[in-house]
Design a protein around this ligand. Structure first.
Ligand code: FES
Length: 105
């Protein structure tokens, strides 16, 4: 089976401040884009524990904390840093083209 990958323009770079993050919805998929040390990262924004919205949480360095029960995820790769979540969120590739941030969906 082939994966279908499409780059979607999700934001302008200036929408994401350094050490900040913002959530976007594209065709029913919620994605969080964060900027850490000048690099942009995108992960699924729905917590794998019980569905908390990670973009409503707190970003500290490269780690976002879920606002519901405190699970922590690494925004650079989606991995779980602290439970109760046990499953990583999806990580997406982000590229910058001019002022646009493109996310491979
Ligand atoms: S919903 Fe995110 S930690 Fe429970």
């Amino acid at each position: 089976m082939l994966d279908c990958v499409a780059s979607v323009r999700m934001a302008s770079a200036e929408e994401i401040p350094e050490n900040g993050m913002k959530g976007f919805t594209v065709e029913k998929t919620r994605v969080l884009i964060a900027k850490v040390n000048g690099e942009y990262y995108a992960i699924g924004a729905i917590c794998t524990h019980l569905g908390g919205l990670l973009d409503n949480g707190k970003l500290d360095g490269n780690v976002v904390t879920c606002p519901l029960h405190g699970s922590r995820f690494d925004v650079t790769n989606g991995s779980v840093v602290r439970q109760p979540a046990k499953v990583a969120v999806r990580a997406y590739k982000v590229t910058r083209q001019g002022d646009s941030l493109l996310v491979e969906m």
